[in-house]
Design a binder for this molecule. Structure first.
Ligand code: SF4
Ligand code: SF4
Ligand code: FES
Length: 269
């Protein structure tokens, strides 16, 4: 499409791919092509290959985002790229790149990350509003986590129920930073911010700005949180059992998997 026809739109969204924009790489031995500048996660997703993500988020109708988000905080997307361990959501592709993704070693590493997130926070799934729609819970099913191999930390966490439309539960927050990056006022001011460091890290809310948050932004905040840390008041248990996000389709089932090991999304029954 020519510049005139674009009418000022972003060329990367409308120009047909020229061969010079395409790169070849392999993921788990499967040769694929993807656009120069894409990350390994983006390239995999475009080619129907599942790489798990927790903090990264695709721009689509569901997320309401205009651009993909990759805070690079959770490391669940860890792959080996040319033999080097790296986060797939922040690593750009290169010509001839060889990516290992769905291997027993990497899947065990991912299971370990899920276990650590479970013992670090305080997760009581049966009473959680996000149960059945929670990415962390869905990954625990996918990697067949039973009892974490680590001790529970039982860390005291805060809950903020003072907001008019939202509730924030620090017991379930995995500090992914999605809310910090994505949930902003029309002027671009963040409503959620990171505070403190290390094991004292937490999310705090701008108490003034949050008062006037629109219904839409409140809903988006709940939707983009991968766990049940941001909940809309009065809406938490809206979706009945059997109709929740992962009740019928396990996480990753919207993309093909290269090995059968975890294809069924765990042994969810
Ligand atoms: S946030 Fe997810 S993992 Fe945590 S209690 Fe809720 S459903 Fe369970
Ligand atoms: S509140 Fe949710 S979106 Fe924000 S950092 Fe915690 S887990 Fe991530
Ligand atoms: S999804 Fe890549 S670091 Fe979180």
């Amino acid at each position: 499409m020519s510049e005139d026809m674009n009418g000022g739109m972003d060329n990367t969204l409308t120009d047909p791919l020229s061969s010079t924009n395409l790169m070849s790489l392999t993921i788990d031995g499967q040769e694929i092509q993807a656009e120069k500048g894409q990350t390994i996660v983006q390239a995999a997703q475009k080619n129907g290959i599942y790489i798990p993500t927790l903090c990264a988020l695709h721009a689509d109708k569901e997320s309401g985002l205009k651009h993909d988000l990759a805070p690079g905080t959770c490391r669940i997307c860890t792959v080996k790229a040319n033999g080097r361990t790296t986060a797939a959501c922040t690593t750009p592709i290169s010509q001839g790149l060889v990516v290992e993704n769905d291997t027993p070693e990497l899947n065990d590493l991912r299971k370990t990350i899920v276990e650590l997130l479970f013992v670090e926070g305080n997760h009581f799934c049966p009473s959680c509003e996000k149960s059945g729609s929670c990415d962390l819970q869905a990954l625990a099913y996918r990697y067949q986590m039973l009892t974490p191999r680590f001790h529970y930390a039982f860390t005291p966490r805060k809950v903020n129920a003072d907001m008019p439309k939202l509730l924030w539960d620090g017991n379930r927050c995995i500090l992914c930073r999605r809310c910090v990056l994505a949930i902003r006022t029309e002027e671009g001011e963040p409503l959620f911010v990171f505070a403190n460091r290390g094991d004292k890290s937490t999310i705090t809310v701008d108490t003034e700005l949050i008062q006037d948050i629109s219904e839409e932004l409140a809903q988006q905040a709940m939707d983009i949180c991968p766990v049940g840390a941001i909940i809309r008041k009065g809406k938490g248990f809206d979706t009945p059992f059997g109709q929740r996000k992962y009740d019928h389709s396990p996480i990753g089932s919207d993309t093909a998997c290269s090995s059968g090991e975890n294809k069924a999304g765990g042994e969810k029954s």
